[in-house]
Design a binder for this molecule. Structure first.
Ligand SMILES: Cc1ncc(COP(=O)(O)O)c(C=O)c1O
Length: 389
């Protein structure tokens, strides 16, 4: 069944709020409006106990302790706090950080900021599928390296990195390892006991509310962080500011659902993704798939279409909501930095569609989307052919 058009296939950009999350959140937006830091009355106590319960639930799902969770406004802030906070706090020990060319801007830009502060930043080139190998990381570490930041799952092409192996290498060399797990958590197995020191999460990627996320900060061995903002001492002084109680309660509800449904949902999405892939590549020549074939995010598919104008391709797909790359780069005419790093030529990178399937995507929607894409690509190609004839 197609519930509405455009059909939403951009779940790497964001996900709709699950109605069950909304239900859990609503009381905290209405009657239960207390400030979780108000210690002197029942409104505050109720809010505080809801935040504590949410913290415990999220920590447990991650294999962490509740004291290791810092609530933030989302993965962008978590990445900034992890990267700037850890590197600045470790400045006495070294001045080198390592990341990769396919990271989200919320990792690359804080690394760029560190460069302006005198840090040396090594940006590793991933392999052709977008994966950064443990050997590549090993080759980049020096005696001055304090931090490695590599994403768990790529938001454009769905590649999974070998997080546990990289974490083990970093631990053996006394280097902190941060992973941006915004896309991985809730979709593929993820547990901080893989040995990461810091990990970033976002609720709106897992059918929770926007504007809330978390940073896992390992307690033992302790990870020192310099805070980015200063204020009332909330979140152990690492992230002061009145807590977003409804957001945090909603985040926990989203985590609960994701933990419960992840395995079955991954199998369902993989099948739907393959159905979309086969329908499009079965009908059209000159389509390349970006990212790895296996070891990838279940609902993600990135396809590049030779012989069509990229901007016209996306603009012509009025009834299918997709993007050419990450939501933050689609506004610019520049091709995606991720596809560039994978060696995709610029013209082809611009003619790339990132499909992101999600919890409410149906087979009918996938069939509708594939028919639309095939129709549009055929039309654009025949226009070009008639122009050059
Ligand atoms: C890999 C990755 N990191 C970070 C972010 C930013 O997350 P948020 O929107 O919660 O700031 C996103 C989403 O855009 C993402 O896909």
């Amino acid at each position: 069944m197609i519930r509405r058009r455009p059909v939403y296939l951009d779940h790497q950009a964001t996900t709709p709020l699950d109605p069950r999350v909304l239900e859990a959140t609503l009381p905290w937006l209405t009657g239960n409006f207390g400030n979780a830091s108000s210690r002197q009355h029942a409104f505050g106590w109720a809010a505080e106990s809801a935040v504590s319960a949410a913290r415990e639930e999220i920590a447990e799902a991650l294999g962490a302790g509740p004291g290791e969770i810092v609530f933030t406004s989302g993965a962008t802030e978590s990445n900034n706090l992890a990267i700037l906070g850890a590197a600045r706090a470790a400045r006495g020990r070294g001045d080198h950080v390592v990341t990769s060319a396919v990271e989200h801007r919320a990792v690359l830009d804080p690394c760029g900021q560190l460069a302006t502060e005198g840090f040396e930043v090594t940006v590793l080139a991933p392999d052709a599928t977008g994966r950064t190998t443990v050997e590549a990381v090993a080759g980049a570490l020096t005696g001055r390296t304090v931090l490695v930041s590599l994403m768990a799952a790529n938001n454009e092409v769905g590649t999974l990195n070998p997080v546990a192996e990289i974490a083990a290498l970093c631990a053996s060399r006394g280097v902190l390892f941060h992973t941006d797990a915004a896309q991985a958590f809730g979709k593929v197995p993820f547990d901080v006991r893989s040995g990461v020191a810091l990990a970033s999460f976002s609720a709106h990627k897992i059918y929770g509310p926007k504007g809330v996320g978390a940073l896992y900060v390992r307690a033992r061995p302790r990870v020192a962080l310099s805070p980015l903002v200063f204020g009332g001492g909330h979140e152990r002084g690492l992230r002061p500011g009145t807590l977003n109680v409804p957001g945090i309660v909603g985040f926990a509800a989203a985590v609960r659902l994701a933990s419960r449904e992840r395995e079955a949902e991954a199998a369902r999405l993989t099948a739907l993704r393959d159905r979309l892939d086969q329908a499009i590549r079965g009908a059209l020549d000159g389509v390349t798939r970006n990212g790895p074939r296996v070891d990838r995010l279940p609902g993600n598919l990135s396809l590049s279409f030779a012989g069509v104008d990229g901007e016209r391709l996306i603009a012509s797909l009025r009834d299918v909501a997709v993007s050419s790359g990450s939501a933050c780069t689609t506004a610019s005419a520049e091709p995606s930095h991720v596809l560039r790093a994978l060696g995709v030529p610029d013209a082809l990178a611009k003619a790339t569609i990132r499909f992101g399937l999600g919890r409410f995507t149906t087979a009918a929607e996938v069939d509708f989307a594939s028919a639309e894409v095939v129709g549009v690509v055929r039309r654009l190609r025949s226009e070009i052919a008639s122009l050059s004839a």
